[in-house]
Design a protein around this ligand. Structure first.
Ligand code: XMP
Length: 514
């Protein structure tokens, strides 16, 4: 392979933790990139990493069609770390043996390690490690010139490496917090074995470099952008406006499904950031298109299509453009097959654009994870209050207002939601909760407010903790907070007469209600 770049390549064999591995590497200050296990060899070679991590995965290496990596990669002399399935794959492909274990080893476990393992150099005083396991198969025989460096409590091989230390493998997951020395192990691999240096920071230097790149790329062309009020589109627009100035035209489609005062507040933020934004008030258009619709998928479809129609009309009014700026971030790229195959997903911010689109795509944040986008936003001077807002779905309150979408129902939901969030902030919990909101159910119940009978709908409180929205746990909110929120909603929102708490995780539920 050619000269190595200061980065780690992760070959994804389908693990739920692949993006977490990539983030852990970046948190250590080294750029990481994810490619699928079956990416063309040319693409892997072109990536020229300093080291390769082969991820875990749900399959068995014994299946005939299971993921594998090109032998060229294993022979390349580039340091390799196999994790879980990655470990079994290395053993299997290099002539060792893998068998189905008698039972799965899942959850917290203890592993005893040998001080001779070069992967354990930074923790060589430890005898046992607390780790996280999640596997069924196990390595039963090592390839030639490999030796075991760690053992599970049941005596099975928990780690091994080649005699030159270039290829190492772990049955457990160093990337999850439950593996207490996981970061030390990853550091040993990245810095000591691969020789990387920690140069991946997202401060002013990154920003300056990106501004230069955008200038060169767009030349004298015009750039158009749809702002949603969210962090990703705002950070891309501010970054791009620093590069192209008034050649950037932003369009903010207000579909009337935003939270209380949100449209005014985001316009205020855009103005303070000197963005050239045109607000399109399309509430009536959206609500009349949605009249009588209760099916969640139909709601989403109508909103997505109308959004594009309004955006295109405005774009035409502005006289066309050479570039379409998108707030695509790395998880979108990875989930859509690394940007190569699936254009619909990479257009996710505007919901799918025509195939014959003349504009070229500009996606300055496509290499970044969400927390990295926030760092760039900070370096660009965007206020923390804006950057730290909870995620909000594109179809807005439509997916939180179950049943038919009417202005009065949306207004009631907006009020209840604003009370919930205000009290969460009063209790100092906003930044420790990943996402919190109210949903409105079309279920009426009898209440009594000030001696008067009420017969209103039901508000649901939903607060979750999560890392990446793939899984989530409900937050155990203090009773005092729940009490004040419930009292205030029933007193202040006449159309709501009952407040309930959602205590469902994801899975089995999703975070949103529709
Ligand atoms: P679910 O409900 O699928 O949500 O567990 C996971 C995360 O994604 C957000 N979400 C969306 N974001 N467009 C978006 O931009 C959408 O259509 C959409 N649906 C859900 C949701 O708020 C949560 O953070």
């Amino acid at each position: 392979m050619k000269n190595k770049d200061n980065k780690i390549l992760i070959l994804d064999c389908g693990s739920q933790y692949t993006q977490l591995i990539a983030r852990r590497v970046r948190e250590l200050g080294v750029f990481s990139e994810i490619l699928y296990w079956n990416s063309p060899l040319d693409k892997i070679i072109e990536s020229s990493p300093s080291g390769i991590i082969i991820s875990g995965g749900p399959r068995s290496v014994l299946d005939s069609d299971a993921p594998s990596v090109p032998m060229h990669v294993l022979d390349s002399n580039i340091p390799i770390l196999g994790i879980c399935y990655g470990m079994q794959l290395i053993a299997h492909q290099l002539g060792g043996k893998v068998g189905h274990g008698k039972s799965a080893e899942y959850g917290r476990a203890k592993v005893s390690i040998s001080s001779a393992g070069s992967l354990f150099e930074r923790i060589k005083d430890e005898k046992t490690l607390e780790v996280w396991m999640s596997h069924w198969d196990q390595v039963t025989e090592l390839p030639q010139s490999f030796s075991a460096t760690g053992w599970s409590e049941n005596g099975s091989i928990a780690s091994f490496e080649s005699s030159d230390g270039k290829i190492s493998a772990l049955q457990f997951h160093p990337e999850v917090v439950q593996t207490t020395k996981g970061i030390d192990i990853l550091s040993t691999f990245i810095f000591d074995i691969c020789g990387c240096t920690a140069d991946w920071t997202l401060g002013s230097k990154w920003v300056e470099r990106e501004i230069d790149k955008i200038k060169v790329k767009t030349g004298t062309g015009r750039v158009i952008c749809g702002l949603s009020g969210g962090v990703d589109s705002t950070v891309s627009a501010v970054l791009t406006s620093k590069a192209v100035g008034d050649k950037l035209y932003c369009i903010f489609v207000d579909h009337g499904l935003l939270r209380k005062n949100e449209a005014d507040q985001v316009m205020e933020t855009y103005r303070s950031l000197n963005l050239n934004v045109r607000r399109v008030n399309a509430e009536e258009r959206f609500l009349s298109a949605l009249a009588g619709v209760t099916d969640p998928e139909k709601k989403r479809k109508i909103i997505g299509e109308l959004f594009i129609r309004v955006f295109e009309e405005e774009a035409r009014r502005l006289g066309g453009s050479d570039w379409l700026l998108q707030g695509t971030i790395y998880p979108d790229v990875v989930e859509s097959g690394h940007g190569g195959g699936n254009l619909i997903k990479s257009h996710h911010n505007v919901g799918g654009l025509p195939d014959d689109m003349k504009m070229q795509l500009l996606e300055p944040l496509r290499d970044l994870f969400k927390d990295e986008v926030r760092k760039v936003g900070k370096a660009l001077g965007i206020e923390p209050h804006f950057l730290e807002r909870h995620p909000f779905p594109g179809p807005g309150l439509a997916v939180r207002c179950l049943g038919e979408l009417k202005k009065e129902r949306l207004d009631a939901l907006r009020e209840a939601d604003a009370i919930f969030i205000e009290e969460i902030r009063n209790f100092g919990l906003y930044n420790s909760i990943w996402q919190a909101f109210c949903a409105l159910l079309p279920v009426r119940s009898v209440g009594v407010v000030g001696d008067v009978r009420s017969y209103g709908e039901t508000a649901v409180l939903r607060a979750v903790s999560s890392l990446d929205a793939m899984t989530a746990e409900w937050v155990h909110l203090p009773y005092e907070l729940l009490e004040v929120v419930s009292r205030r909603i029933c007193n202040e929102v006449p159309d709501i007469s009952r407040v309930v708490l959602d205590i469902t995780g994801k899975p089995p539920a999703t975070i949103e209600w529709e």
